[in-house]
Design a protein around this ligand. Structure first.
Ligand SMILES: NC(=O)c1ccc[n+]([C@@H]2O[C@H](COP(=O)([O-])OP(=O)(O)OC[C@H]3O[C@@H](n4cnc5c(N)ncnc54)[C@H](OP(=O)(O)O)[C@@H]3O)[C@@H](O)[C@H]2O)c1
Length: 218
């Protein structure tokens, strides 16, 4: 498959970056993770991340033919700036970011720093019009992002303005054991980003973290 030939640049060093990085390596992709501090990935690179390269945010953005944005919500704009507009121009950015504010949850419900009528991905898409953002991987815990073993295939809700890019992302999701629900253009991130809030409620309130969403259709 054509995607398999594409290099993956992951902007992030946390659980999502490490999990997706290891998943892409497992499925035969070349991977570079980007971080401000390469030393924090030394252990990962010696274990699950064996075969991955580690670089700066700029280096990972330059390396990747497909980019994964896996930064803390409040820092994601800074990370894109550090990656460099020229280095993500014309590329698909798989956006796993959730706009979680730095405040404690209320009765299990996370607080977002965005509003219901403007998602974070819309802000990214406006700031980088020549980059193709596709929301994905934001609505499930990192433990289930790569080939999860639920009773049936879970659904990943995605959105973005470019049909070809969404097809490319759905092919990756297929390899990663997910069915894809393409829920429209960039504005749909207003609904998809809060799926993380919903997903986290049983976790924060009852320490239940082992679920994923499934879309049922007639
Ligand atoms: N954890 C999950 O299960 C999960 C599931 C779905 C979606 N998400 C979303 O995915 C994203 C990544 O989550 P995560 O849990 O893997 O890690 P995270 O702790 O939310 O983010 C870690 C990344 O953010 C960067 N960062 C933090 N503060 C920064 C700053 N001031 N300036 C520049 N970069 C900064 C770090 O850079 P350095 O590498 O330089 O330290 C690191 O790469 C988040 O938006 C999260 O909401 C998480």
């Amino acid at each position: 498959m054509e995607n398999k030939m594409k290099k993956i640049g992951i902007l992030g060093s946390g659980l999502v970056a490490q999990t997706l990085g290891a998943g892409f390596i497992k499925h035969g992709y070349e991977v570079m993770l980007g971080t401000r501090d390469k030393s924090k990935l030394t252990d990962w690179q010696a274990g699950d991340g064996n075969g991955a390269q580690i670089g700066s945010f700029t280096e990972a953005a330059t390396f990747g033919e497909i980019i994964v944005l896996a930064a803390k919500g409040t820092a994601a704009k800074t990370v894109l700036e550090l990656a460099g507009a020229e280095n993500i121009k014309g590329k698909t950015v798989i956006d796993a970011v959730n706009p979680i504010a730095d405040v404690a949850p209320e009765n299990g419900v996370l607080t977002y720093f965005t509003t219901i009528n403007e998602s974070l991905m819309e802000q990214f898409q406006t700031a980088y019009p020549q980059t193709i953002f596709v929301k994905a991987f934001n609505s499930v815990g990192s433990a289930f992002m790569v080939n999860p073993t639920f009773e049936s295939k879970p659904t990943m809700f995605i959105c973005g303005n470019n049909e070809e890019a969404k097809k490319e992302v759905s092919e990756i999701l297929d390899i990663f054991g997910w069915e894809t629900a393409d829920f429209g253009m960039v504005e749909s991130a207003r609904a998809i980003e809060p799926l993380c809030m919903l997903w986290c409620i049983p976790g924060i309130a009852k320490n239940e973290w082992t679920h994923a969403f499934k879309l049922l259709k007639l």
